[in-house]
Design a protein around this ligand. Structure first.
Ligand code: PLP
Length: 485
């Protein structure tokens, strides 16, 4: 029996009746939009909630340190804080909210699922909602990948799925080590941390992080080979090929190569498509499974449903989270059936059956498909990139503007410093912090990432409009001007 023939009716799967929600949604969007248009420059003072958070929450807290906001309401691309200030949210749950905040289709399915009597805690038992979700995930993949795919439901976060992927390939190959890349980010659990390029979060953990060999990522602006362009891509591939071929490279054949097709936290660095194709070829030739971590790039973000599709390649293992659960916590690993050598219970965990997240994920995928939000991301991303690149001509502190789809970064540099042989100037982290703050004062939330935190990152919801994109670029231009003054 085919998967689709086995589907079952269930109240949670009824066609969404968004009409009841839509007016409220539209009303709040236009209210917040109007208030955003009428805003003055915000004075970012303190608030008792932030003060209490500072006193009581772990010192590991991250985002509120540079984005001191206590959030109250949100709709679409807009977020309102407890003081009634409205912002355009280009952080969007670190790229999670493909449909923006509180999309009516997501709210509707959540309400229907809650009222349907479905057991919300389901371990890894199947349910009609899970069955639908599994079909939707497979349906989102290219048919050639879906045909041989198996899915492992993981703990709720992206890092949990990365951990599962590592266990999967180590079990299937019997090998221990993994190749990862400079600048890589795969999460903060101990196994995922071993793959991280940034040493900062690892030093406090001493010597427990082993088993990973780091390769140069094709970061054109700061080419690790000092070459840049096609020559840098060719050198990178030759280097990895040699490392895997040379019996005296000192590097054992790895259990996998893991990468992001567009490095996100590493500074929004899209790998050249020729490099991705070359790497795929190398991995096949050396019989090494290729893991694509699409936790951040998946589900339309880069202008295709998955970032690997730009290069026309196929992963052996695909790691998915963030947008997968429609804003709720959920992660999976999708992999080729030949790697399915796990014994029963080899990977378990209590919270792998989040029915609400699966329902929200299915609803999100339906909207993505119906509204062609992947194509919209390509078009609107190009629009934003063009405007940011135009700003780069006026501001010497803009080292590079780059991205794929609605995943865009602006690398800020020290304009007063001398450029290197490739024409790149040193990073300017202090300026990046100032620009982020000036954006916030003007009603725009952006995040920083990349080497030394000097890359301003834009990850807006995929439902952002052209007019909102233009407003984002306009605010960023003003922020640059204020921060550079
Ligand atoms: N992999 C990538 C590419 C990511 O960008 C992230 C998070 O930003 C993760 C893994 C980890 O996901 P999580 O923070 O949900 O553990």
């Amino acid at each position: 029996m085919s998967l689709s023939a086995a589907s079952t009716n269930h109240p949670a799967l009824d066609q969404p009746s968004t009409s009841a929600r839509a007016p409220h949604h539209a009303g709040l969007v236009s209210e917040l939009g109007e208030r955003h248009r009428r805003r003055a420059t915000y004075d970012l003072g303190d608030h008792p909630l932030l003060e209490r958070q500072r006193q009581r929450e772990s010192s590991a807290r991250t985002y509120p340190r540079r984005l001191p906001l206590a959030l109250a309401r949100a709709q679409g691309v807009y977020v309102e804080d407890v003081e009634g200030r409205v912002f355009i949210d280009c952080l969007a749950g670190a790229g999670t909210l493909a449909l923006g905040h509180n999309h009516p289709a997501v709210l509707d399915v959540l309400e229907r699922t809650l009222r349907s009597g479905l057991p919300l805690h389901a371990l890894d038992f199947t349910t009609p909602v899970k069955d639908r979700f599994m079909q939707d995930v497979l349906g989102a993949l290219p048919a050639s990948v879906a045909r041989h795919a198996r899915i492992q439901f993981c703990g709720p976060t992206g890092a949990d799925a990365v951990e599962a992927a590592l266990k999967l390939v180590r079990t299937a190959t019997g090998r221990g080590t993994v190749l990862a890349f400079h600048g890589a980010y795969h999460g903060m659990t101990q196994g995922a941390l071993t793959l991280m390029g940034n040493l900062g979060p690892k030093v406090a953990l001493g010597s427990s992080l082993h088993g990973v060999q780091f390769m140069p990522y094709p970061y054109g602006y700061r080419c690790p080979f000092g070459l840049g362009g096609d020559a840098g891509v060719a050198a990178s591939l030759a280097y990895i090929d040699n490392l895997l071929s040379d019996p005296e490279s000192g590097v054992p054949r790895p259990a996998a190569i893991i990468l992001e097709a567009v490095q996100g936290e590493g500074g929004v660095i899209p790998a050249p498509l020729a490099w991705l194709k070359g790497l795929r070829g190398l991995a096949t030739r050396h019989d090494v499974p290729l893991i694509l971590d699409e936790v951040q790039t998946g589900f339309g973000r880069t202008g295709r449903m998955f970032a690997f599709e730009h290069a026309g390649i196929e992963p052996d293992v695909l790691v998915l989270s963030k947008a997968l659960g429609g804003g709720l916590p959920l992660s999976v690993v999708v992999y080729h059936e030949r790697l399915d050598t796990w014994r029963p219970g080899a990977h378990a965990g209590t919270f792998r059956g989040n029915q609400l997240a699966m329902a929200a994920g299915s609803a999100t995928m339906a909207v993505l498909r119906a509204e062609r939000l992947d194509a919209a991301a390509a078009e609107l991303g190009a629009r934003l990139e063009l405007q940011l690149a135009a700003l780069g001509k006026d501001f010497a502190c803009v080292g590079e503007v780059r991205g794929r789809g609605l995943m865009i970064g602006v690398e800020l540099v020290d304009a007063a410093a001398l450029p290197d042989a490739l024409g790149s100037r040193p990073a300017h982290p202090e300026l990046a912090v100032r620009v982020q703050r000036e954006c916030l004062r003007r009603g725009l939330i952006v995040e920083l990432g990349g080497r030394h935190g000097s890359v301003v990152r834009f990850l807006p919801p995929l439902i952002i409009t052209a007019a909102q994109i233009d407003e984002v670029a306009r605010i960023f231009g003003q922020a640059l001007e204020a921060a550079c003054a």
